[in-house]
Design a protein around this ligand. Structure first.
Ligand code: SF4
Ligand code: SF4
Length: 282
């Protein structure tokens, strides 16, 4: 079997630096705040935190799904903590976050899919941080429109739902999800006035044509913002990296995306779905 592919130089992590980063790092460690930025050791922490953007995960750390690319644990999730919305709101205030991205594990075990905690979290953040803009990176809620309405009702500045990959690889990459269901979720959000966003990862064995088709499918449901990044394997148990996409290829997708009419295209090796997220809210 081949060794794990060696990372090319453009994937070398940018070391987080800066006063704001150091301050936030101190707060997060002191109060044990739950950010994806630290738990996923994201390479963009210096940049995002410097700009006052951070990503928070709600509804626990254990997911009912088992996507082949994802580092989150699968299993029986934690019980719902009803004071979680207030805790997240307080963290955002403490960290003085200007733009917060909220995401969650999938809670297929709950009747409401976690949508009530989602809605209460957005409302608690608004109360405590009236000037903070919000992006909610939501699960598919199994395509249930009543549950999606709970997100639409609280009107985050941006609502995102990630496609993650092209149609052909969806089964392999996120077994419990469906390509058309995710497109349907994004369409429903757009039809109800939301600014919508989605992300895909490259390097899982997709072809250029398939990437372009996915971009077209997303434009077809009125998507506003797309992020395109390099897949990296969280551990040996996860799907292998088939290919490292070159900076030139990422640039090509960016140009194509802008021609297709997306409002924003973030395309680059280190792009994560919440990278430069503050921009997308204004
Ligand atoms: Fe945090 Fe997302 Fe920025 Fe990474 S890209 S530091 S996870 S906000
Ligand atoms: Fe990870 Fe989300 Fe898939 Fe759960 S649904 S395994 S959190 S990507």
């Amino acid at each position: 079997t081949p060794e794990r592919a060696k990372k090319p130089k453009w994937l070398r992590v940018k070391l987080p630096v800066g006063k704001k980063y150091t301050e936030l790092r101190g707060l997060v460690d002191k109060y044990k705040l739950n950010t994806i930025c630290t738990s996923g050791s994201c390479p963009n922490m210096g940049e995002c935190w410097g700009e006052g953007t951070a990503t928070f995960m709600i509804l626990g750390n254990i997911c009912t799904r088992s996507c082949g690319f994802c580092g989150v644990k699968t299993g029986r999730p934690d019980t719902v903590e009803w004071d979680e919305p207030e805790k997240v709101a307080r963290s955002i205030k403490l960290m003085n976050i200007k733009h917060a991205v909220i995401t969650s594990v999938d809670r297929d075990d709950l009747k409401d899919g976690g949508s009530i905690i989602w809605s209460e979290t957005v409302q608690a953040i608004r109360r405590a941080n009236p000037n903070t803009t919000l992006e909610t990176l939501i699960p598919d809620f199994q395509g249930n429109e009543k549950l999606l309405d709970r997100i639409i009702d609280v009107a985050p500045e941006v609502v995102s739902h990630n496609m993650e990959t092209v149609r052909r690889l969806t089964r392999e990459v996120r077994i419990q999800a469906k390509y058309d269901r995710s497109l349907g979720v994004l369409k429903y959000l757009k039809d109800n006035g939301m600014r919508t966003k989605s992300g895909i990862m490259l390097g899982l064995g997709e072809t250029e044509d398939e990437v372009i088709q996915t971009m077209k499918d997303l434009r077809g449901v009125g998507l506003d913002i797309i992020t395109i990044g390099q897949y990296l394997q969280p551990s040996k148990k996860h799907l292998p990296v088939k290919e490292f996409i070159t900076p030139e290829q990422f640039k090509k997708y960016e140009t194509l995306g802008l021609e297709m009419g997306f409002m924003y295209v973030e395309s680059g090796a280190l792009v994560r779905s919440s990278y430069k997220a503050h921009k997308h809210a204004s």
